[in-house]
Design a protein. Structure first.
Length: 329
């Protein structure tokens, strides 16, 4: 016999209520556990002696100087170097750094300060014209700055040289010296251009490392004592040396004015010439960058072979500084 529908409904409701009560009771029995606080690990106290020892060790690491590098004491006489810059110069900081490493007092000066006579060139012992693209090389590499030396500074640089001081032009600086007539400077005529630096034979801008050999017999003070090949970089589009007259090459050799030659000619320069000096040996220009190899870290060979801590390019810079220290101070 079937139960009445009302009785079935009551029984179902009762069962639902019982289930709800059981659930509530189960929730009440659950204890909510609080997350345990993490223990903060305090650093162990370090004794004062240990801290002092560590600082001393750090200072030793920072100030270690390889034994073969000569560091001039503060009391030593320091030649003064003027690094000339203008619009487009971009190797001025490297040049300043190289001369400072060699122990010189260096001042970075815009050419306009010389023109306005805010700075006196006669207060210095070395004039360095660094690399870059002076005035964008719009009228030819180095031509505008060369014209400023010729027509705005007039005889300032020639007189500076005749007083026994030194001049170096690197890359764009070499182009400036050549186009201003300071090189080759036959018979100390420093206002006549007799050669030029023009487009590479490849027709391309070339940025690579080259090997230089010193072929000078002793006239150039900047290459004195350099007997081993120098590894230095080049970065130029107009580095090919060209002469107006074939007789000029014979005269350069006769006067011992050829200084460095490329081991492998990268730009088609006549007779593989990379750098020349004037008849006194005090004005020197070269296309490669010695100031870009002042540390073994600059040299790409350092990943394959062990090299001295000081870069090979520093030999050129040190020669100039040491000559000035001994002869001009």
């Amino acid at each position: 016999m079937k139960k009445p529908k009302k009785a079935v409904k009551k029984k179902a409701k009762k069962a639902v209520k019982q289930r709800m009560i059981k659930k509530k009771n189960a929730v009440k029995k659950i204890k909510i556990s609080k997350p345990k606080a993490k223990k903060i690990m305090k650093p162990k106290p370090v004794k004062h002696k240990e801290v002092k020892h560590k600082l001393v060790e750090e200072k030793k690491l920072v100030h270690v100087i390889p034994p073969h590098i000569t560091v001039q004491p503060k009391t030593a006489k320091q030649p003064k170097v003027l690094v000339l810059r203008t619009a487009g110069t971009n190797c001025d900081y490297e040049t300043v750094n190289a001369f400072q490493k060699a122990g010189a007092l260096v001042e970075l000066v815009h050419v306009n300060k010389l023109i306005r006579k805010e700075i006196e060139l006669s207060d210095f012992h070395i004039l360095a014209v660094p690399g870059g693209f002076s005035h964008g090389d719009y009228l030819g590499s180095g031509k505008i700055l060369a014209n400023k030396l010729l027509y705005r500074l007039n005889n300032l640089v020639p007189d500076f040289v005749k007083q026994g001081n030194l001049v170096i032009g690197i890359c764009n600086g070499f182009q400036v010296l050549v186009k201003a007539g300071l090189l080759p400077g036959f018979n100390q005529n420093y206002r006549q251009q007799l050669m030029t630096l023009t487009f590479n034979a490849s027709g391309n801008f070339q940025d690579e490392w080259v090997v230089l050999n010193n072929v000078n017999k002793g006239k150039c003070i900047w290459s004195a004592g350099i007997r081993k090949p120098l590894h230095v970089p080049i970065a130029h589009a107009e580095g090919r040396l060209d002469l107006n007259d074939s007789e000029l090459l014979k005269r350069l050799y006769a006067n011992d004015q050829i200084v460095f030659k490329y081991e492998r000619n990268p730009n088609g320069s006549i007779d593989s010439i990379a750098g020349v000096c004037d008849e006194t040996g005090r004005i020197f220009g070269l296309m490669p960058h010695p100031e870009r190899n002042t540390s073994f870290l600059n040299d790409p060979r350092s990943t394959r072979i062990e090299l001295p801590a000081e870069g090979e390019g520093m030999q050129v810079i040190r020669n100039g500084v040491e000559f000035a220290r001994k002869k001009l101070l």
